[in-house]
Design a binder for this molecule. Sequence first.
Ligand code: UT7
Length: 334
Amino acid sequence: MASPSPPSRQAAITSVGHYLPETRLTNGDLESMVETSDEWIRTRTGIQERRILGDDGKATAFMATEAAQEALDKRGIGPDAVDLIVVATVTPDMLFPATACLVQDSLGASNAWGFDLSAACSGFIYALTTGAQFIETGQAETVLVIGADKMSSIVDYTDRTTCVLFGDAAGAVVLEADEEAGLHDAVHHADGEHSDLLRMQGGGSLHPSTHATVDAHMHYLEQEGPKVFKLAVTRMADVCREVLDRTGLDGDDVDYLVPHQANQRIIDATAKQLSLSADQVMVNIDRYGNTTAATIPLCLYDWEDELERGDDLIVTAFGGGLTWGAGHLTWAYG
Ligand code: UT7
């Protein structure tokens, strides 16, 4: 990828919204569902509880809409102002139409077009970069970038190696033009050679849903955890370093690292390799688990009151695909 040349219009985050289901699934609850323990989950992952949306007819588009509505309300702009909606998700309400179209309808964003983006846990940063292009080129004035996943719909609650990890949530940001603040640089990677390490095989065109695919549990997420762990630790740190080198920043210049929340140990290892202290790193995995595309905007939401205009943030993620990346942005408000 070419070195960054700052555009005259930066795409800045001007508001953040979120949605968390009320129902909490604690480590104690999981102890009664599979052979696990609160101690194992806390020490191996850092997770204490996660949120679950439940089965009452609500799904990813509902959570995405709630998060987007909150972001628009906080910014004081109506849905008619939205030009583009990008929804990062691996749990769309259905294969098509796109979740973005369902969100567009429920928001009443009658002037917006939109699409879904599938990059698993890297979905939000892929979508942020994508949405930013439309602001930078002047194609759009207001973009909604949403990360939303109802992971409970694809998690096998008899598989202790995955069911303790994931939760449901949505986060949304509004992107608008700013002359100084915003997304300055981003680097993304993909490596399909390892696509088998983290995937859901059933329900696509290769394995359309049948009784046989359901019997084989192919409608559930599968993961080779330790292999993904090792790759996540090195690749997230490497891509952050790549971005820091390109932007000329060093660790001391970073106000916050905003990492995807898959495992506290991965976050700690990444921070250590970048020589960042704990107070430079946003972490809320203890409360929400891994919410896939929602983790990064949920962090921004939780830290919003601490952030000030001009703060330097590094966002980074790693996930199924494999996909990974990092971006440097300066905060636009506060
Ligand atoms: O977000 C997208 C990318 N995903 C990730 O980044 C996830 C990366 N992977 C991980 O975070 C970790 O690999 C896991 C949290 C999934 C697993 O942690 P680990 O330290 O790698 O454990 P392990 O898979 O090596 O398993 C260690 C032991 C095994 O038992 P034995 O063979 O040593 O007897 C597992 O069977 O822990 C056992 N185990 C459990 N025990 C209690 C696995 N899951 C559980 C569990 N409760 N839930």
